[in-house]
Ligand binder design. Sequence first.
Ligand code: HEM
Length: 410
Amino acid sequence: MLDKSRPIVVDLLADDFHERAHTIYDELRAQSPVAFAELPEQPGRGFWMITGYTASVAALRDNRLANNPRALLSPEQLAARARARIPEPPNTMLLSDPPEHTRLRRAAQQAFTPRSVTALRPTVIRHAERLLDAAEKAARNGDGTVDLLHTYAYPLSLTVLGEILGFPEAWHPGLHDLAVRAATASTPLSGPDPALRELLEGYTRDLLLLKKESPGDDLVSRLAHPESGRDALSDAELMAMIGLLVAAGFETSASLIAGATLALLTHPAQWAALRDDPELAAPTVEETMRYWGPVESATMRLAVEPLVLGDRHIERGDRVLVFPAAANRDPAHITDPHRFDIHREPQPHLGFSGGIHNCMGAALARTEVAVALTTLTARWPELRTAVDPAELRWRPGMGLRGLRRLPVRP
Ligand code: HEM
């Protein structure tokens, strides 16, 4: 059952997918935590869909599953493609395998170590306070409500990433809009939307040019002007790196801030607990990552050798897609998985993935979201949603989970 001869058809691209996702995962996992699935609109293009925790950990750690979509091409095939002038986008660390992955990750990771993130904390607090000042004013001058997602969560995450990468504040509205559109249009099954990819490339090219000409104290300047003895990346690699950091580095954190706020507001005792004890911020972030983590499904992996996952035989050339969102609610891994509870004993989760591609920005995201929540509970202790929470909807797009809006009343 649910093997390659009888794929299960799952409508992962449905508009209301996120409203139904956990029912789908639960049914599928109960039949088989590793199942062969296909989309209704892509018959014959199936992939292994992993919904169980143990199988997900195994898949994410298995080096026979490659992230580079060209991993199965031989050197001769790659040379033939080059001769035919088939454009090959430079690999990002996310779409590469060792040793290339190791080299690319090493170039940027310094900016995301716990030490670098701790140094950034006062800046995050300052921006959170400033944005809430502005939101408070807007609520007072308007109908008494604000959209917390678009006036606080997005601007905060964007501003922090802007500090790290060094992009100008004037770009924030454009990048904000781009991220929202890309989160819906690009999925691990459809790939990036070409028009949006072009738009992103415009920003990354401009940023690289800017920092080559007038370097500042930021990551892009350091990458564009490496110290002697450090590997220099090519311009194409630099652009791909900046593109990945912009694509991965603020939409996710913004969605987590909004998701955590909604989860807390719909569990008022837990909102009150966090408000009264800011030390609960870290467990709140972990529980929201488990319960409503912004990355629903990981990057597609490609089997370069046969392997076994669960009790399934994966063949060379098969595609494998891990769903951290499903794994994080596997009842074999966690008790009462559909209950949101910030007082839980901390449990490992896969919201930041696992294996060598585990999220490079995890420490930053954790700090940023914890600061966002404690600043919010301190400033607006009686916050509530401004509409019935049942009316709030998730965006379509199976790769990422994010609210469309979050109207609140301070
Ligand atoms: C709550 C916020 C975030 C979540 C939930 C998240 C989640 C993830 C996940 C699940 C992956 C791995 C995907 C896979 O295995 O296919 C990943 C990779 C990555 N993330 Fe994040 N991320 C977040 C924030 C950030 C931030 C703030 C940055 C940097 C500014 C960042 C940079 C990266 C990079 C560079 C990778 C690729 C790592 C590699 O391939 O070695 N992420 N993230």
